[in-house]
Design a protein around this ligand. Structure first.
Ligand code: NDP
Length: 322
């Protein structure tokens, strides 16, 4: 046990991760990543952070002995990784172990949005099958659709494989074409949205994708358009999306992520043509446990062997100085 190494956990983390950190290290917890909650002892001792919350530059700077931030989640837009890297602090995330789960969720959300399955179930549960008869035929179908993927990375490719199996053509937009895939590449998101009627976004958050899905992109999708987002809410101009759903600029949307979670705008909840999930993309016991293990395995690898298992791009060049 590296009991002398202090790991700080601000906010919530799965019990599996907390138990394993406690077995291996000296665990310290605070309610949230707020510098006002840091004691002098924490400032002098914390060498690692394990977190699923915002870790900004000020918080990093308040911990002079910090050497690693192990983020719970593959998306790490909540961590100032560039600043961490400039200070020699490793940042890790949890890629791969959640890829298939999130792709499953994306397809489930797509089908629920297009075929209105949650509403059909609500119809049955409300007794309306017996009183009113069959649930109305859905206006939309997956049949004949063409699917564009915004962010053909690990999860995007797992989604694409599933979409192919459904018999639908796939095209995509990234900053660069992916080598070795046959899907049609679009150099801009607008070009992709113009070419398809179903857009699935699984792009990361951050400045480069901020509000990338805007009114123009939604209009390009067209009146039969379906927009599904399992990436980050920040990638969408949410008021523009609400307007597009209200005005019939697009047909429907399925959303697992929102601009200001857990605050989902009332105007969005009021949209009958939106299928809304509370950020459950990876949220099975199985996958959250694998993510928890990868968080702790990164800490252990860093403090024992001086190497992280899954460093993020901004800090991939770092090795432990010990
Ligand atoms: P990857 O890094 O493997 O894939 C990201 C893809 O997005 C890459 O293909 C990348 O291509 C593309 N991309 C990145 N920036 C831009 C940009 N500015 N413009 C266009 N394309 C861009 O990540 P994962 O597939 O593992 O995860 C993707 C995201 O999914 C995560 O960052 C996270 O936000 C989200 N997620 C959501 C979950 C949920 O619960 N809903 C669960 C897990 C992840 P290129 O670099 O060539 O541009």
């Amino acid at each position: 046990k590296r009991a002398q190494t202090t790991i700080l956990v601000p906010g919530k983390l799965p019990s599996r991760a907390l138990e394993r950190i406690e077995e291996q290290f000296h665990l310290v917890r605070i309610d949230r990543a707020d510098t006002a909650l840091l004691t002098d002892e924490m400032k002098q001792s914390v060498e690692g952070i394990a977190a699923a919350t915002v870790i900004d530059a000020a918080f990093i700077d308040a911990l002079p002995k910090l050497r690693i931030i192990a983020n719970f989640g593959v998306g790490y837009d909540s961590v100032d990784a560039a600043h961490a890297g400039s200070r020699g602090v490793m940042v890790t995330n949890t890629p791969d172990v959640l890829t298939e789960e999130v792709a499953d969720t994306a397809l489930g959300l797509l089908i629920n949005t297009v075929r209105e399955l949650p509403k059909a179930e609500a119809w049955l549960r409300a007794g309306r099958w017996r009183s009113d008869g069959a649930y109305p035929l859905t206006r939309a179908t997956l049949r004949g659709r063409s699917v564009g993927i915004f962010g053909l990375g690990r999860i995007g490719r797992a989604i694409a494989r599933r979409v192919e199996a459904f018999g639908l053509p796939v095209s995509y937009h990234n900053r660069r074409p992916v080598e070795g895939v046959d899907y049609e590449y679009h150099p801009t998101l607008l070009s992709l949205a113009s070419a398809v009627d179903t857009l699935i976004s699984v792009a990361p958050g951050g400045a480069a994708t901020h509000k990338a899905v805007n009114a123009e992109v939604l209009a390009a999708l067209g009146p039969n358009g379906v927009f599904v987002n399992v990436g980050r809410g920040s990638t969408v101009d949410e008021p523009a999306l609400i307007e597009a759903l209200r005005a019939g600029t697009i047909l429907a949307a399925g959303l697992d992520v929102f601009a200001d979670e857990p605050n989902v705008p009332e105007a969005l909840i009021a949209c009958e043509n939106a299928c809304l999930l509370p950020h459950v993309g990876s949220a099975s016991l199985h996958t959250r446990q694998a993510m928890a293990d990868l968080v702790v395995d990164n800490l252990v690898a860093w403090f024992t062997r001086g190497r992280a298992l899954t460093p993020v791009a901004e800090t991939a060049h770092l090795v432990a100085g010990r």
